[in-house]
Design a binder for this molecule. Structure first.
Ligand code: DQA
Length: 145
Protein backbone atom coordinates (compact mmCIF):
# COMPACT_ATOMS: atom_id res chain seq x y z
CA UNK A 1 0.00 0.00 0.00
CA UNK A 2 1.44 3.35 -1.04
CA UNK A 3 0.20 6.46 0.70
CA UNK A 4 1.06 10.11 0.17
CA UNK A 5 0.55 12.47 3.11
CA UNK A 6 0.31 16.09 1.98
CA UNK A 7 0.34 19.18 4.18
CA UNK A 8 -0.28 22.65 2.81
CA UNK A 9 0.62 26.21 3.79
CA UNK A 10 1.86 27.04 7.29
CA UNK A 11 1.76 23.45 8.48
CA UNK A 12 5.56 23.46 8.46
CA UNK A 13 5.12 25.90 11.38
CA UNK A 14 3.30 23.41 13.61
CA UNK A 15 4.67 23.60 17.13
CA UNK A 16 5.16 27.35 16.75
CA UNK A 17 1.88 28.28 15.13
CA UNK A 18 -1.13 28.84 17.44
CA UNK A 19 -0.42 25.73 19.58
CA UNK A 20 -3.76 26.10 21.39
CA UNK A 21 -5.46 25.33 18.06
CA UNK A 22 -3.00 23.04 16.34
CA UNK A 23 -1.09 21.41 19.20
CA UNK A 24 2.50 21.53 20.40
CA UNK A 25 4.02 18.94 18.10
CA UNK A 26 6.13 19.90 15.11
CA UNK A 27 5.25 18.45 11.71
CA UNK A 28 8.42 16.36 11.93
CA UNK A 29 7.24 14.79 15.20
CA UNK A 30 3.77 14.17 13.77
CA UNK A 31 5.29 12.56 10.68
CA UNK A 32 7.36 10.29 12.95
CA UNK A 33 4.15 9.08 14.57
CA UNK A 34 2.50 8.54 11.19
CA UNK A 35 5.55 6.64 9.96
CA UNK A 36 5.57 4.41 13.03
CA UNK A 37 1.93 3.50 12.52
CA UNK A 38 2.42 3.01 8.77
CA UNK A 39 5.31 0.61 9.43
CA UNK A 40 3.02 -1.44 11.69
CA UNK A 41 0.64 -1.80 8.76
CA UNK A 42 3.46 -2.36 6.29
CA UNK A 43 2.49 0.71 4.31
CA UNK A 44 4.87 2.74 2.19
CA UNK A 45 4.46 6.35 3.10
CA UNK A 46 5.70 9.56 1.54
CA UNK A 47 5.41 12.99 3.12
CA UNK A 48 5.12 16.26 1.28
CA UNK A 49 4.63 19.78 2.62
CA UNK A 50 4.58 23.03 0.72
CA UNK A 51 3.43 26.57 1.23
CA UNK A 52 2.80 26.89 -2.51
CA UNK A 53 -0.40 25.87 -4.23
CA UNK A 54 1.32 24.98 -7.52
CA UNK A 55 3.81 22.70 -5.77
CA UNK A 56 0.91 20.83 -4.19
CA UNK A 57 -0.74 20.46 -7.60
CA UNK A 58 2.57 19.25 -9.10
CA UNK A 59 2.93 16.66 -6.32
CA UNK A 60 -0.61 15.35 -6.76
CA UNK A 61 -0.01 14.99 -10.51
CA UNK A 62 3.38 13.33 -9.90
CA UNK A 63 1.81 10.46 -7.94
CA UNK A 64 -0.83 9.74 -10.60
CA UNK A 65 -1.10 5.95 -10.90
CA UNK A 66 1.56 5.49 -8.21
CA UNK A 67 -0.20 5.73 -4.86
CA UNK A 68 -3.29 4.07 -3.46
CA UNK A 69 -4.36 6.87 -1.14
CA UNK A 70 -3.71 10.53 -0.49
CA UNK A 71 -4.14 11.90 3.01
CA UNK A 72 -4.29 15.68 2.71
CA UNK A 73 -4.47 18.67 4.99
CA UNK A 74 -4.49 21.53 2.51
CA UNK A 75 -4.39 24.19 5.27
CA UNK A 76 -6.06 27.44 4.21
CA UNK A 77 -6.17 26.21 0.60
CA UNK A 78 -8.93 23.86 1.74
CA UNK A 79 -11.31 26.76 1.65
CA UNK A 80 -10.66 28.10 -1.84
CA UNK A 81 -8.24 26.11 -3.99
CA UNK A 82 -10.09 24.94 -7.07
CA UNK A 83 -6.65 24.00 -8.44
CA UNK A 84 -6.17 21.39 -5.71
CA UNK A 85 -9.72 20.15 -6.19
CA UNK A 86 -9.11 19.79 -9.94
CA UNK A 87 -5.77 18.02 -9.36
CA UNK A 88 -7.45 15.50 -7.04
CA UNK A 89 -10.23 14.97 -9.58
CA UNK A 90 -7.64 14.48 -12.33
CA UNK A 91 -5.68 11.71 -10.64
CA UNK A 92 -8.72 9.85 -9.24
CA UNK A 93 -6.79 8.67 -6.17
CA UNK A 94 -8.82 7.87 -3.06
CA UNK A 95 -8.35 10.81 -0.72
CA UNK A 96 -8.93 11.51 2.95
CA UNK A 97 -9.14 15.12 4.18
CA UNK A 98 -7.63 15.87 7.59
CA UNK A 99 -7.69 19.01 9.75
CA UNK A 100 -6.06 19.33 13.13
CA UNK A 101 -8.58 21.80 14.47
CA UNK A 102 -12.34 21.44 14.37
CA UNK A 103 -13.03 23.78 11.48
CA UNK A 104 -16.76 23.90 12.36
CA UNK A 105 -16.15 25.58 15.71
CA UNK A 106 -14.10 28.31 14.05
CA UNK A 107 -14.67 31.20 11.65
CA UNK A 108 -17.45 30.75 9.11
CA UNK A 109 -15.00 30.83 6.18
CA UNK A 110 -13.36 27.66 7.52
CA UNK A 111 -16.65 25.75 7.37
CA UNK A 112 -16.44 25.57 3.61
CA UNK A 113 -14.10 23.07 1.97
CA UNK A 114 -13.82 22.90 -1.80
CA UNK A 115 -12.70 19.25 -1.61
CA UNK A 116 -15.06 17.69 0.97
CA UNK A 117 -17.51 16.45 -1.65
CA UNK A 118 -14.83 14.64 -3.65
CA UNK A 119 -12.98 12.86 -0.81
CA UNK A 120 -13.86 9.59 0.92
CA UNK A 121 -14.30 11.46 4.17
CA UNK A 122 -13.03 14.24 6.36
CA UNK A 123 -11.47 14.06 9.84
CA UNK A 124 -11.49 17.35 11.71
CA UNK A 125 -10.75 18.39 15.29
CA UNK A 126 -8.71 15.48 16.61
CA UNK A 127 -5.29 17.11 16.34
CA UNK A 128 -2.47 15.03 14.87
CA UNK A 129 -4.44 11.92 15.80
CA UNK A 130 -6.56 12.63 12.70
CA UNK A 131 -3.69 11.52 10.45
CA UNK A 132 -3.42 8.27 12.41
CA UNK A 133 -7.18 7.79 12.17
CA UNK A 134 -6.87 8.12 8.39
CA UNK A 135 -4.38 5.20 8.36
CA UNK A 136 -6.69 3.15 10.57
CA UNK A 137 -9.53 3.82 8.17
CA UNK A 138 -7.39 2.69 5.22
CA UNK A 139 -6.50 -0.50 7.09
CA UNK A 140 -10.18 -1.16 7.80
CA UNK A 141 -11.28 -0.36 4.28
CA UNK A 142 -8.71 -2.76 2.85
CA UNK A 143 -9.80 -5.50 5.24
CA UNK A 144 -13.41 -5.04 4.23
CA UNK A 145 -12.67 -5.47 0.53
C1 DQA B 1 -6.32 23.59 9.16
C2 DQA B 1 -7.56 24.49 9.22
C3 DQA B 1 -7.47 25.60 8.18
O1 DQA B 1 -8.61 26.44 8.28
C4 DQA B 1 -6.24 26.44 8.43
O2 DQA B 1 -6.12 27.44 7.44
C5 DQA B 1 -5.00 25.63 8.50
C6 DQA B 1 -5.03 24.38 9.26
C7 DQA B 1 -6.31 22.54 10.28
O3 DQA B 1 -5.51 21.60 10.17
O4 DQA B 1 -7.04 22.67 11.27
O5 DQA B 1 -3.95 26.02 8.03
O6 DQA B 1 -6.34 22.89 7.92
Amino acid sequence: MNILVINGPNLNFLGIREPEKYGKLTLEKINDKILKKARGYNYNIEFFQSNHEGDLVDKIQEVYGKVDYIVINPGALTHYSIAIRDALLSVQIKTIEVHLSNVYTREEFRHKSVISDIVIGKITGFGYYGYLMALDFIQNEENLM
